[in-house]
Design a protein around this ligand. Structure first.
Ligand SMILES: NC(=O)c1ccc[n+]([C@@H]2O[C@H](COP(=O)([O-])OP(=O)(O)OC[C@H]3O[C@@H](n4cnc5c(N)ncnc54)[C@H](O)[C@@H]3O)[C@@H](O)[C@H]2O)c1
Length: 257
């Protein structure tokens, strides 16, 4: 089989929809085998079926809530047994609570956001590293531009995304000598179900989406596949001298202040 990821295996959390599905699409198009770990069982299965039918790679859905660390760890080990290797882990699954002031943000909410967005990223890396040592593989963490820019009434979310960047840099130092590269992608605004769910919480969703699209210099949001192509670059030898980086995939949104 040909393709830039042919013969290799990726695990993608939250691969059923949005950015995760965009990554899965690109990795399958490049001949890879992809394990989609998603708590939305139907979305995971539909995406896996669609990608396998399109080829040349294939995808299999593994129902998994990544907050259930025992199941998360078992599935990572199962994938390694099933396909004999793991070359890349994409820690993508994440949540964004509705905009909330610090006064109205409960500590339980902070804990939940940190658990999904940060602790599961840590757990995924911890569980995958024994397998990645064998392939000299890579970890790609999907963070956010909010990690460096902040976001109004989103302090729990933005700090969970900043924590992913700190983890990325520290693991890059620790694991680099063992041949494992670790990088993060920081998207600005990407057209995904999460984006539409966020807009739906506002008074005028359509104008909110138009406002968000206008933030990028291209006047549009990014697509999940555009993030997937950056993830593929970070997962292959094309980026062999890059580790510990927070790649700002933001369509120029932070320029011209
Ligand atoms: N969409 C954007 O504009 C944007 C911008 C910056 C960063 N991000 C980040 O990208 C990542 C993906 O976002 P998206 O917009 O594609 O979201 P999305 O909601 O459209 O898709 C996320 C997927 O993750 C799954 N998921 C969520 N929690 C899970 C859990 N506990 N266990 C297993 N699966 C779970 C969902 O079922 C869904 O399929 C998130 O980490 C998000 O913070 C998104």
């Amino acid at each position: 089989m040909t393709g830039r990821f042919a013969g290799r295996v990726a695990i993608i959390t939250g691969g059923g929809k949005g950015i995760g599905a965009g990554c899965a699409t690109v990795f399958c198009q490049e001949g890879g085998r992809v394990a989609i770990l998603d708590r939305d069982v139907l979305a995971g299965e539909l995406t896996a079926e669609r990608l396998t039918a399109a080829g040349p790679g294939m995808a299999v859905s593994f129902p998994c809530d990544i907050c259930d660390s025992e199941t998360f760890c078992r599935i990572i080990d199962d994938v390694a047994v099933r396909w004999g290797r793991i070359d890349c882990l994409i820690n993508n699954a994440g949540i964004h609570p509705p905009a909330t002031t610090i006064d109205d943000t409960s500590l339980e909410m902070v804990e939940q956001v940190m658990r999904v967005n940060y602790l599961s990223t840590f757990a995924g890396a911890k569980f995958a590293v024994p397998h990645l040592r064998k392939t000299k593989g890579t970890i790609v963490n999907i963070s956010s531009m909010t990690a460096v820019l902040g976001q109004d009434r989103s302090s729990a979310y933005a700090s969970s995304k900043a924590a992913q960047v700190g983890l990325t840099k520290s693991l890059a130092i620790e694991l680099g000598p063992q041949g494992i590269r670790v990088n993060a992608i920081l998207p600005s605004n990407i057209d995904t179900p999460l984006m539409h769910e966020w807009a739906a919480t506002l008074d005028d969703p359509q104008s909110a989406l138009a406002r968000v699209a206008a933030l990028q210099v291209f006047g549009r949001m990014g697509t999940p596949e555009e993030i997937g192509r950056i993830a593929l670059f970070l997962a292959t030898e094309d980026s062999s001298f890059i580790t510990g980086q927070a790649i700002e995939a933001e369509g120029g949104a932070s320029l011209d202040y």
